[in-house]
Design a protein around this ligand. Structure first.
Ligand code: GAR
Length: 190
């Protein structure tokens, strides 16, 4: 059974969907730890509730990158838990080369758009402002580009004229929570 570490910065609803999928037997994996760059992030509380070891990694002062020292701390944690996969679930920092080299094709991310459309931050808002008629989510392998890695699975949502950014984001989250467990099943069974 693969050992996975989840990294996230926020609410952790995707981490929760993965926890649920493991608990109900859909995904065959063990979450060895959950790591966040945000001290009081709800994702860490979710870990605690499910008795999953959780860790805060201080990345300051860098706003977007996982600076060298923080990356070494993450690597040390991943080693200590013998993590085989890194699952990014709303982790809003860019991973550096040494982490990518240590986990080739073993880092997976979920992104709230139909890549290659709308990479980067605030992808839901980008799609909403662009006035497109559909968007969705993408689960993909992480490479050295921004949201450019090979796609594992995508799910679509329609954008209706009555949608607000809030209703759209709710729809995207709904499909994300189905997509991530499905994608992990594909990866772990291949
Ligand atoms: C998700 O919508 C995920 O796709 C997005 O952050 C949200 C995290 O929600 N990730 C990115 O935008 C990465 N570029 P969650 O904390 O409730 O899982």
């Amino acid at each position: 059974m693969p050992s996975i570490a989840i990294l996230g910065s926020g609410n952790g609803s995707n981490a929760q969907a993965i926890i649920n999928a493991i608990e109900n037997g859909m995904v065959d994996a063990q979450i060895v730890c959950i790591i966040s760059d945000v001290k009081d992030a709800p994702i860490l509380k979710r870990a605690h509730k499910h008795n999953i070891p959780s860790h805060y990694i201080d990345c300051s002062p860098s706003p977007h990158a996982l600076r060298d020292e923080a990356e070494q701390s993450v690597l040390a944690l991943l080693d200590s838990y013998k993590a085989e996969y890194i699952i990014l679930a709303g982790f809003l920092r860019i991973l550096k080369e040494s982490l990518l080299e240590r986990f080739p094709r073993r880092i997976i991310n979920i992104h709230p758009s139909l890549l290659p459309s709308f990479p980067g931050l605030s992808a839901g808002e980008q799609a909403f402002k662009a006035g497109v008629k559909e968007t969705g989510c993408t689960v993909h392998y992480v490479d050295s580009g921004i949201d450019t890695g090979d796609i594992i699975l995508q799910k679509r949502v329609e954008i209706h004229p009555t949608d607000t950014l809030d209703t759209l984001m709710n729809k995207i989250h709904e499909v994300e929570h189905i997509a991530y467990p499905e994608a992990l099943t594909i990866v772990f069974n291949s």
